[in-house]
Design a protein around this ligand. Structure first.
Ligand code: NAP
Length: 371
């Protein structure tokens, strides 16, 4: 008995070492399909998964457009994981079928996040809804996919800030659905709620894979790519280039760091008990407070807004900023609060300091040559 104990003690360090290496290889070569991996949020999801040793299949619209994914190749070169690109388009039926075969998990992140559109149906609703249907059909056809993490949005929870007051709520939670957006009013939000509803309908009609949904508010923080069309990057670029110098409307945004959003996706995948929707939000800021935050972290005030413009004025001249009178009337001046408690308890997500979020975002935009 004593000699057995001695043996265990003698072998203790190697036993621990082998256990540690077993734990660190759990995700080694786990095959995951990522749509939207080239984008602002998707690039961070790829970075963390590559660091954990996943084998990633990232879908791109064209393998010839290397500017969209060169940063991912550089990232993979120094990581434990593997990276391969597969061509697929949200609008093409069956596009994701081949890439999904053999995968254990799908992160469906791709969807256009653009606010200025000429044809909302073509540019927003079709890629969001048809894309989601195509990707989920690929999950079912694969025979191997067990879990799908869908990037929805807080825009699938509410349409206008006025909804909170009108529904008599003190905060938006996962229980709410956006019922006020339409093709002609807040079409991006309409695309997100339509896509998420379609996803739940498909998920609930089968038993091959489990759906878990991430609903981030407005995402900020460092960009890993210079080639994203995300409104997150555009908004901060607008601040830095003086678009709001004359003032901003009294609009509020839920704000969350892109790194926290990426981690939420991975926690949702790795936690077997994760289920349903998850609001991912750090705090709410007005547009003026965002400007003040930029001032604080950069030490510069030139070109930044110094006042909130009256709502009646914004309703009249909002078109100059790409917003309608209806949008201003249903959003400016209304409170906006999100309940993020599920993200903290169910996913054990912790949130970064918003000053770090903004400082790191501006530093990265300079580094990427965006500003
Ligand atoms: P992004 O940088 O523009 O990323 C969008 C991604 O979708 C890109 O990888 C893009 O591919 C891909 N995509 C767009 N249309 C496609 C199509 N027809 N076929 C295939 N791929 C297509 O924007 P993001 O901010 O990271 O947004 C990513 C996701 O997060 C979206 O679902 C968005 O709704 C959601 N979200 C964003 C925020 C936010 O504040 N940023 C908040 C909540 C939810 P390319 O590289 O080819 O352009």
């Amino acid at each position: 008995m004593r000699s057995n104990l001695r043996d265990v003690n003698r072998n203790y360090p190697s036993f621990i070492l082998s256990l540690r290496s077993k734990i660190s290889t759990i995700n080694m070569n786990k095959i995951a399909l990522i749509t939207g991996g080239t984008g602002y949020i998707g690039s961070w999801v790829c970075k963390y998964l590559l660091e954990e040793g996943y084998s990633l299949r990232v879908t791109v619209r064209s393998k010839t457009n290397t500017r969209k994914f060169a940063h991912l190749e550089a990232m993979a070169a120094g990581s434990k994981g593997k990276l391969a690109f597969w061509e697929a388009d949200l609008l093409k039926e069956g596009s994701f079928n081949e890439a999904a075969k053999g995968c254990e998990v799908i992160y469906h992140i791709a969807s256009p996040f653009i606010l200025k559109v000429k044809d909302a149906q073509k540019e927003l609703i079709d890629p969001a809804v048809m894309g989601t249907k195509n990707v989920l059909q690929a999950a079912t056809q694969s025979g191997t996919v067990k879990k799908v993490i869908l990037t929805s949005s807080s825009a699938a929870v509410y349409g206008d800030a006025a909804d909170m007051t009108n529904q008599g709520l003190t905060a938006f939670s996962e229980a709410q659905w956006n019922t006020t957006s339409a093709l002609t009013h807040q079409p991006y939000s309409y695309s997100k709620v339509s896509a998420e509803k379609a996803a739940w309908e498909i998920a609930n009609a089968q038993q091959e894979w489990k759906l878990v949904v991430i609903n981030p508010t407005f995402v900020m923080g460092p960009a890993l790519t210079p080639a994203s069309d995300s409104e997150s990057i555009k908004l901060i670029k607008d601040y830095l280039t003086g678009k709001f110098i004359t003032g901003v409307p009294e609009l509020r945004f839920g704000i969350v760091d892109v790194r926290d959003v990426a981690k939420a996706h991975i926690l949702a995948e790795q936690n077997a008990n994760a289920a349903g929707r998850h609001i991912i939000n750090n705090l709410t800021l007005t547009m003026l407070e965002i400007g003040n935050l930029i001032k604080k972290v950069t030490g510069k005030s030139f070109g930044l807004p110094f006042m909130t413009a009256p709502t009646w004025l914004m309703a009249s001249i909002g078109f100059l900023f790409g917003v309608t009178r209806d949008f201003v009337n249903k959003n400016a001046g209304y409170p906006l609060i999100f309940d993020n408690s599920k993200s903290k308890t169910a996913l054990k997500l912790t949130y970064r300091n918003v000053e770090d979020t903004m400082k790191d975002m501006i530093d990265s935009m300079k580094k990427q040559g965006i500003v």
